[in-house]
Write a protein that binds this ligand. Sequence first.
Ligand SMILES: O=c1ccn([C@H]2C[C@H](O)[C@@H](COP(=O)(O)OP(=O)(O)OP(=O)(O)O)O2)c(=O)[nH]1
Length: 165
Amino acid sequence: MIRGFEIVSYDEFKKTLGRDLSDEVIKEKYNNMKKPRRATSLSAGYDFYCVNDFTLSPGESIVVPTGIKSYMKQDECLCILVRSSHGFKYNIRLKNQVGLIDSDYYNNEKNEGHIFVALKNEGDKRFEVKCGEAFAQGIFQKYLIADDDEPVQVDRLGGIGSTSK
Ligand SMILES: O=c1ccn([C@H]2C[C@H](O)[C@@H](COP(=O)(O)OP(=O)(O)OP(=O)(O)O)O2)c(=O)[nH]1
């Protein structure tokens, strides 16, 4: 196993999906989850599919749980980007410009490595994504190390901001 995607545990999925949904609905969503896929034979990006409908009015933002975690080689990372069409047509942006998923995020103690996508509607049109539709894409990349890199002995404990403020 070199790199790939897995669905997070049911408990992690349920914890992040919101309190408004019944157990039945959450279970159905969980059982119907699709792992990220590439849309064409040479697409670089793996499309992430929405598990719960959402709407963003102009100016609004949202943090979307994907239900997905990803493993990869130690010298690789996964970059999350918006879908080009959502940027071009609706001015949808990632709040953090690019979502950077580190290899040591996978199976961390706090949230299993659950990937979140933070979106903002910077346009003037209502933006709607339905369950099952692709709403972001992930590209695996290799990263390089500087000549004078000092090895760090710190393990990642959790998600965003966990190693600093
Ligand atoms: O859009 C994103 C960005 C990051 N992450 C997860 C994966 C990543 O490995 C972890 C930490 O992200 P990062 O290192 O970029 O955040 P930071 O604010 O620099 O925090 P840290 O102190 O944990 O390095 O959060 C996401 O799920 N979605």
